[in-house]
Design a protein around this ligand. Sequence first.
Ligand SMILES: [Mg+2]
Length: 82
Amino acid sequence: MQEKQREQAARKDRLPKDMAEVVLHLVEEVGEVCEAIREGQPREYFEAEVADVLWQLNKLCWMNGFDLERAFLAKLEKKERG
Ligand SMILES: [Mg+2]
């Protein structure tokens, strides 16, 4: 997932430059998910907005040199023990 996203961003000259900007986009996309729920938007629309959240979150992870899936699995394991 990271490699595909990063490759596409590089190819389209859209590599993120500023972490704060990515976080702002992430928050914006979470807002769009809320809006989709509040407005009762069709499922496909809701799914696309949730994917946008993952898109920004994943970007934030690879900008900072870690893999989202690995971090998620580490958290899952920690919660299993806790
Ligand atoms: Mg969106």
